[in-house]
Design a protein. Structure first.
Length: 366
């Protein structure tokens, strides 16, 4: 899913029926085109599709709030709610780090707020890197200090980490009253077209994009739905679906699986010395490199594996993202060529999608 719009509000009609809530409106996101050879191997295809939006673990995500006279300027109370959401996710024990910065150009995650727009949005995972530096990667469109708003803040950050919408899980077993869904979403506050409703509600994710086979109706990534929209399971037809707006146990398990907090001791890279990495799918190796000469270096992998290779420079004691290369689904190896400077410390992280037949990849700096 690309840009995600979600709203958490409250209220009821004069007849006592819960009002429809403004929901995430995500534009269609092109699915990666994988070769016939990759698609012929379901395990490899699933590993690539489920992992492509995820960050290398222990990435430091810098975030910045729009301010001043910007259309997206974030009031302090709303910024504090987002900061609390970052803290809530971090308290789960994940390996990602979050650092607030003052300059939009230094932030991977650029956060805006606009009541006039009336919607919330966030790019999914590493897709934030495709957004121009002058534009927000995440936008909030209503009060985040309410219980529903606090859930919104958590939800959109879930997208930043690579999480998809839970009700589009193909294993959920949800059957919709489709015309009722179209009618509800066509009315205020959403005013959606049929195409937008189909893409955001009725369309299922590819089975290879999700992990496991269970649906979590309590997930922070689940929408709230009024009664009469869900045919099955029947309880939601009668009662509606109202997730608690907090991180569920499954949400916590998901984020810790992708971003475990136990950091291994990094391996030291030396020029022209190959390091072998025996990794299982989803695992990664962390390395450090301290150049003795300032010049262009090439950091590259070898082996018939699908990998994400990322390079960071240590600034102020924290790794700052420089470059990355993703060779998944391609008949090549990941490689980064970058000018590195004597006396500085660089971090190299190699995350494995699928180990291939040999189960071994190697890493070398030249």
């Amino acid at each position: 899913m690309g840009t995600s719009r979600s709203s958490h509000g409250g209220g009821s009609t004069s007849h006592g029926k819960p009002m429809a809530k403004p929901l995430c409106s995500t534009p269609p996101r092109p699915r990666p085109k994988l070769s016939d050879a990759v698609m012929a191997d379901p395990r490899r295809a699933a590993a690539i599709l489920s992992g492509r939006s995820k960050w290398a673990n222990r990435t430091v995500l810098h975030y910045c709030f729009f301010s001043g006279g910007s259309h997206y300027a974030v009031p302090k109370s709303q910024a504090d709610a987002v900061r609390h959401a970052f803290d809530t996710w971090k308290a789960v024990g994940i390996g990602l780090e979050f650092v607030e910065v003052d300059s939009l150009s230094e932030a991977e995650v650029r956060i805006g707020y606009s009541l006039a727009d009336g919607s919330s949005a966030s790019a999914v995972g590493r897709d934030v890197l495709k957004i121009p530096l002058t534009e927000p990667t995440t936008v909030y469109g209503w009060d985040l200090t309410t219980p529903y708003g606090r859930g919104t803040a958590l939800h959109e950050l879930g997208h930043v980490f690579g999480m998809e919408h839970e009700h589009q899980n193909p294993f959920a077993g949800i059957k919709w009253h489709e015309e009722a869904v179209y009618a509800s979403l066509a009315a205020p506050p959403n005013n959606w077209s049929r195409a937008t409703t189909f893409h955001n509600i009725l369309e299922k994710l590819d089975t290879q994009q999700v992990q496991g086979s269970a649906w979590d109706p309590d997930s922070i990534m689940e929408y709230e739905f009024e009664p009469g929209l869900i045919d099955e399971p029947q309880k939601y037809d009668l009662e509606g679906l109202v997730p608690p707006g907090t991180l569920s146990s499954a949400d916590k398990a998901w984020v810790v699986k992708w971003y475990p907090g136990n950091a291994p001791v990094p391996t030291v890279l030396q020029p022209f010395q190959s390091i072998a990495a025996d990794l299982a799918a989803g695992q990664q190796i962390d390395c450090t490199f301290k150049p003795t000469v300032s010049r262009k270096y090439t950091i590259a992998t070898k082996g018939a594996t699908d990998t994400l290779l990322a390079l960071f420079e240590e600034i102020g004691g924290k790794p700052s993202f420089l470059a990355a290369d993703d060779d998944s689904g391609e008949d090549r190896n990941a490689s980064i060529t970058y000018k590195l400077f004597k006396g500085r410390t660089y971090h190299v992280r190699l995350r494995l999608y699928q180990p291939g037949q040999s189960g071994t990849t190697s890493l070398m700096v030249t």
